[in-house]
Design a protein around this ligand. Structure first.
Ligand SMILES: [Zn+2]
Ligand SMILES: [Zn+2]
Length: 370
């Protein structure tokens, strides 16, 4: 595992079971993103000044050699991906762009600009599609070519900046975490625009990882919350919120509906929405709160009175497990083959977690639990 502030360090697990820093390299600017390619032992470190530095690690992990510097961005590098087959180094930055560079020549191949800071990146190596999340809450799907690119589509659903993305190329699912505390699963392969909302965090979702083998999604938030979502059941899409000038239950006007207020001599009410049916309702017709995990609502949300009656006790059974990380998680990485998770906090602490009790011992043996 590797920690970065203005240094990059490699920690080795000793015979005692403890981790010790073996080698480190001091950087000119704080480190902001990293990609490690296991098979070629190449590390790419993005910095606050926009540059990406490449290092090569020796076979015994006791030596780290500087390879080259890439002038990738004008500002902080936010995410990096390396593709060995094409020798492309793809990155996003706070200069609002995605860039891709050739690691053989070190030269820039292409760039594409967005309207706001690009915050996270996922790449499909087979089809050369890149998913870029940004600070406006939008996700852009691009197809990268040698010196050009084309925008395929934009995905809008979050109400805050995109903080994490995960692409599963097998099921063709995209997961996005955002500062609005929610996660959305985008069913790209299904081609029907199906999206699932997952609400269980009480702070920004900072990191996500989907384990295809067990169909579980692991997510971490800034308040230290760790959630493991069961994605192996058929979940329901949350409804679109309906627009109405009056409560769709009692028909009393909302406050902007001056005409009806005047005609009926009534006082306008505030508009709310039932999370289960999506209807526009007044406060009096939606006094109850309920969780509804099948729609992704793991904690209690506003529901209209008739929806509340329709929710049975067994419908409230949680479809995720929640764990306490006990630090402000800013980064997370999973070693799925060993069932290990690493979390890095803003407290400068790195924690290594044995996730096998949560994600199943099936991981260690490689057999699916299903
Ligand atoms: Zn009402
Ligand atoms: Zn309802």
């Amino acid at each position: 595992s590797i920690v970065m502030l203005e240094t990059i360090r490699v920690w080795l697990k000793r015979d005692s079971g403890q981790y010790w820093p073996s080698i480190y390299h001091t950087m000119a600017s704080p480190c902001s993103a990293m990609a490690y390619h296991h098979d070629s032992r190449r590390i790419f470190v993005g910095q606050d000044n926009g540059a990406i530095m490449e290092f090569h690690i020796s076979e015994d992990f006791n030596k780290m050699n500087f390879v080259k510097t890439y002038p990738a961005h004008q500002n902080r590098v936010s995410a990096i991906t390396f593709c060995l087959a094409s020798e492309w180094l793809i990155s996003t930055g706070h200069d609002k762009c995605i860039s891709w560079m050739c690691t053989r020549s070190g030269s820039m191949l292409g760039r594409h600009y967005f309207t706001s800071w690009a915050s996270c990146l996922q790449y499909d190596h087979e089809t050369q599609h890149a998913f870029v999340g940004d600070y406006s809450g939008q996700i852009t799907l691009l197809k990268l070519e040698q010196n050009t690119c084309s925008v395929i589509t934009t995905l809008k659903g979050h109400e805050g900046s995109i903080t994490s993305l995960w692409w599963d190329p097998v099921q063709r699912l995209l997961f996005s975490g955002a500062s609005d505390h929610s996660i959305i699963m985008w069913d790209i392969g299904g081609r029907k625009g199906r999206t699932l909302l997952l609400q269980g965090h009480h702070d920004k979702v900072q990191a996500i990882c989907y384990i295809q083998l067990t169909r579980q999604l692991v997510s971490c938030s800034a308040d230290g919350g760790i959630a493991v979502w069961n994605m192996d059941i058929s979940r329901e899409e949350a409804p679109q919120w309906l627009e109405s000038d009056s409560c769709q239950k009692c028909e009393q006007p909302f406050f902007w509906n001056i005409k009806q207020m005047w005609d009926t001599k009534t006082i306008g009410l505030r508009q709310h929405h039932c999370r289960k049916c999506g209807q526009a309702v007044c406060g009096k017709c939606s006094t109850k709160r309920s969780s509804y995990p099948i729609m992704g609502f793991e904690f209690q949300v506003r529901v209209c009175d008739s929806c509340f009656e329709s929710i049975k006790d067994e419908d409230r059974t949680s479809l995720a497990t929640f764990h306490e990380g006990k630090h402000n998680i800013s980064h997370m990485s999973m070693d799925i083959s060993r069932g290990l998770m690493v979390t890095c906090g803003s407290d400068r602490i790195v924690k290594i977690w044995d996730m096998t009790p949560v994600v199943g011992c099936s991981l260690a043996t490689g057999f699916s639990s299903r």
